[in-house]
Design a binder for this molecule. Structure first.
Ligand code: DX5
Ligand code: ZN
Length: 217
């Protein structure tokens, strides 16, 4: 069971409901990148704009929060059409409490790690999350190259999940996923794939999602 989550970071922000409709039939979740220009050097949407996108989305939304001081902010994104909320380990004062707060609202809780963060930081808290997000680029921008060097982290996390009997947890990869890289991430143990520019720079976004899915199914 794998999931493809198109990221609208490189879609046309002036027409997001239609951009989302283009991929809705063939995608699992919409990946929404929230950036505050503090945690990452880029800004996308404030809270009100984000909630409007979630409300209007034809797909349930996987919210990726690239914002600082996120412990106090994460639960504000839990509305009806929110499927999951992912926070960055590096932006949390207390990751376990924050993950628990998200789960207590009935939403899936994700924890993300940036490329320079070792996988060891999640070993003892894998049970507290529904999804681990291993970033395969520096967060902040779409269109960067996939970091193959992150694959040992995915392999290690997959092994821990098996050993701990937590195989129902998802491992997501985000950054540089395309027809040429998705298979490598799948082979390492990822099951949930974010794809931004591969989808929205394609002439046929829905066709690209289907091709990505076929590459790993
Ligand atoms: C990067 C974002 C990604 C981004 C991926 O900080 O978290 O979700 O949209 O874009 P691509 O697929 O172009 O690398
Ligand atoms: Zn993202």
């Amino acid at each position: 069971m794998i999931r493809i989550c198109p990221s609208i970071l490189n879609a046309n922000f002036d027409d997001l409901p239609n951009e989302i409709l283009k991929v809705a039939q063939v995608s699992d979740l919409l990946h929404l990148d929230v950036m505050d220009n503090i945690f990452v050097p880029n800004f996308t949407f404030d809270l009100d704009q984000s909630l409007k996108i979630v409300e209007d989305s034809a797909l349930p939304v996987d919210v990726h929060l690239m914002v600082s001081d996120v412990d106090h902010k994460a639960t504000s994104y839990a509305i009806d059409n929110t499927a999951s909320i992912t926070v960055h380990f590096e932006a949390c004062a207390d990751p376990v409490s924050t993950l628990r707060n998200i789960r207590s609202l009935g939403k899936r809780a994700g924890l993300a790690i940036k490329p320079n963060t070792p996988i060891s930081v999640v070993e003892e808290i894998l049970n507290e999350m529904d999804m681990l997000l291993v970033m395969t680029v520096e967060p902040g921008f779409g269109g960067q190259s996939f970091m193959e060097s992150m694959m040992p982290k995915v392999e290690q996390a997959r092994k821990w999940l098996q050993d701990k009997k937590l195989s129902d947890r998802w491992i997501q990869v985000d950054g540089g996923i395309s027809l040429t890289t998705i298979r490598r991430a799948y082979d390492a143990g990822a099951d949930t794939f974010v794809a931004g520019s591969a989808v929205y720079k394609s002439e046929d976004p829905a066709g690209m999602i289907t091709a990505l899915r076929r590459a790993v199914e």
